[in-house]
Design a protein around this ligand. Sequence first.
Ligand SMILES: [Zn+2]
Length: 154
Amino acid sequence: MAFSFNPFKKKKKPGAQCNICKSGMEYEEGNILTSSQIVTSNSFWDKLMVEPETISYTKAHFESSDAMATKMRHMIFNKYSEKDQAWIVCDYCVEMFDVEKEQVKEHARKWWETDKTFRPPACGKASEQMNEQEYKAVKTYAVMQAGARFLNRE
Ligand SMILES: [Zn+2]
């Protein structure tokens, strides 16, 4: 590589932050997933929809069928499902997803080696990578149902 010699570059290779929990990772750690793999996890949406930034929408959606809150949940869904880049996910968060452990680790190695530019197969917006029926099903879960079981519902 022509530009590999850079006297200003620090010796320690930069790490990354888990795209889900924001925890730090060192060079070569983590797993690489695609948006389609992320959005097909109900656990991911259950967790996301009850976080401090989203819980008020989730409560309003379930407790008072607030149309604006449902719309916000829809926007949250779009924000995550339309991520075009690969997701770097820590070893803790990866447990939420139904993926081949070896494969997502291997993709992470390639991602680090290529200076975070490697794109795994089917990388890209979930709406473009999934078939319409599957995509609709995950969207319905995320927008209409996710987080319900964590609310105090009597
Ligand atoms: Zn994480």
